[in-house]
Design a protein around this ligand. Structure first.
Ligand code: NCD
Ligand code: ZN
Length: 349
């Protein structure tokens, strides 16, 4: 049996939702992760530091007592965002990053940014104080093919933004293309990217070949195999600019299995078992800790976690529930389409 003991991981991109859904999904992340960057795309979105403080309290109230977990809050950038409020939230340690959603790019992004020039004053303030900007990197122009939206975003929005505000620290969230990986590698240490678990495991065939499978639909949508391989290469490379953001994003089954199904994959329960599987396949188990526990804190200038988790490889497959029940209805868990053999536990002490 292979055993791996690594620092407790953090999830640098997570959707916890609110209310009954929050209560049901939070324990799955908090069981294995010490911290997570909590996405602000609630309805209505979390746009002020005061709203982030209130949301953080709701998360802490939903946390089972036995679990130790620190939610790192983000603000949803709008064209009305007040730079002074952002700075105050960052300086008092409550808000760790701002999230930019191009308006209409994904779930609950209607109040996002339409004209990036309008948010330059906030971004300039963030550059001055060293506060990271997390970007959903897809254009929303209906003329651009959905599989090309990330690459076009890099060329038409991200690169001009970096040239205009070079000191701004940027995370390209859930990068899904070779273009994105190449772009990050071409830049300095102020440009990083998160990679999801599912984008390391599936390509677009999972969604579309042999029947339409809505539980594999997320945004950015999974791309061709060459892109998945580029993401794997980046994740296992040890390059400090790439780190885990699961983008675990629960929607109830009726909302997924629908003529117009929601985007989002819920992977929190089995995400670390999946990642150990991927790193084992890539002969890179010695670099799993960098990807899940070290590179993220490095970029966010936070100390890595002192506690540890244990990953044990079993000969027999380790089972996971196919669904969890929530007060809002059942939520399907990401099915990696391979059997998983890694059992994850938190080390005592
Ligand atoms: C996310 C959600 O459901 O909130 N969906 C998704 O497909 N990833 C939003 C997002 O991160 O794009
Ligand atoms: Zn997300």
């Amino acid at each position: 049996m292979t055993t791996l003991i690594i620092r407790k991981p953090d999830d640098w991109h997570l959707h916890l939702r609110d209310g009954a859904m929050l209560e049901a999904v939070l324990p799955h992340t908090a069981a294995h992760f010490a911290r997570a960057i909590v996405m602000p795309n609630l309805v209505p979105p979390i746009v002020t530091a005061a709203q982030a403080a209130a949301y953080r309290e709701r998360i802490m109230a939903a946390l089972p007592e036995r679990l130790d977990f620190n939610p790192l809050m983000t603000l949803y950038l709008t064209e009305e965002t007040d730079a002074a409020d952002v700075e105050a939230g960052f300086r008092n340690g409550l808000v760790v990053a701002v999230k930019l959603y191009p308006a209409g790019a994904t779930t609950n992004s209607q109040s996002g940014v339409r004209e990036i020039e309008r948010v330059y004053p906030v971004l300039e303030r963030m550059a001055a104080i060293g506060m990271p900007l997390c970007i959903h990197g897809e254009v929303t122009n209906p003329e651009i093919d959905i599989f090309d939206r990330e690459a076009v975003f890099i060329e038409t929005v991200l690169d001009p933004l970096r040239k205009r505000i070079p000191g701004l620290r940027v995370v390209m969230e859930h990068v899904t293309t070779r273009d994105g990986v190449d772009y990050v590698r071409s830049q300095d240490k102020d440009m990083a990217a998160t990679i999801t678990t599912h984008h390391l495991m599936i390509n677009r065939n999972a969604i579309l070949a042999g029947g339409i499978r809505p539980h594999y639909y997320c945004l950015p949508v999974a791309k061709r195999e060459v892109h998945r391989l580029a993401l794997r290469d980046a994740a296992v490379s040890g390059d400090a600019r790439f780190f885990l953001g699961t983008d675990s994003a629960p929607h109830t089954d009726p909302l997924k299995e629908n003529a117009c199904g929601c985007a989002g994959i819920f992977s929190a329960p089995n995400t670390l078992a999946c990642l150990a599987h991927v790193f084992e396949e890539e002969n890179a188990l010695d670099r799993l800790e960098a990807f899940v526990s070290l590179n993220g804190p490095g970029f966010y200038r936070l100390p890595p976690n002192e506690s540890r988790i244990r990953l044990e490889r079993r000969n027999e497959p380790v089972g996971f529930p196919t669904k969890i029940e929530t007060g809002d209805g059942p939520v399907t868990v990401f099915d990696p389409m391979v059997s998983l053999h890694w059992n994850v536990t938190v080390e005592a002490g």
